[in-house]
Design a protein around this ligand. Structure first.
Ligand SMILES: [Mg+2]
Length: 164
């Protein structure tokens, strides 16, 4: 039986609806603690969850690749489990402490590491910059149809500040 390649899935904007907490990042005084503290309350993006469950049923190993910081690990694992999304050991890749590269740089780095042992079937991310960087590095990636539009403050936090 041929082993399927990894399906890499971003969380914020693909599975988790972050709309309700983006306002913490607006303006010059960004409230990172409030922004991250509210992550546990993110509504589920049903279309994304269904697609992940289907892919898992089809035999794709699922790896969540998120720009969320490592300190949100427990919250994030709990959230995924609560929403009936498969979480196997090692399946949640997060930003290490004080890793503040732009999301695209950080994610390409992780995908390269993951791809040293496995093929990558696809990566679903709502960030065009991440998708372009992965394509440039020779990996498949796409913005799924159900991806949410990002606020400019949230996009800045990911693409320039490297905070999430
Ligand atoms: Mg995202």
């Amino acid at each position: 039986m041929t082993e399927r390649g990894l399906l890499l899935v971003d969380i914020d904007g693909v599975l988790a609806d972050v709309t309700h907490r983006q306002h913490h990042l607006a303006g010059t005084r960004k409230n990172w603690n409030a922004f991250f503290a509210a992550a546990d309350a993110d509504p589920l993006i049903e279309a994304g969850a269904e697609a992940v469950r289907q892919a898992a049923d089809d035999g794709y190993p699922i790896v969540y690749l998120t720009g969320r910081p490592e300190r949100l690990r427990q919250v994030t694992e709990g959230w995924l489990t609560r929403h009936d999304l498969p979480v196997s050991p090692g399946a949640l890749q997060m930003r290490p402490h004080r890793e503040w590269r732009p999301a695209a740089d950080f994610k390409v780095h992780v995908v390269r590491t993951l791809a040293s042992g496995r093929t990558v079937a696809d990566m679903w991310d709502d960030d065009e910059a991440v998708v372009s960087a992965l394509h440039a590095a020779g990996f498949p990636a796409r913005v799924p149809l159900w991806a949410q539009p990002r606020s400019s403050a949230f996009a800045d936090a990911q693409d320039r500040l490297g905070r999430t």
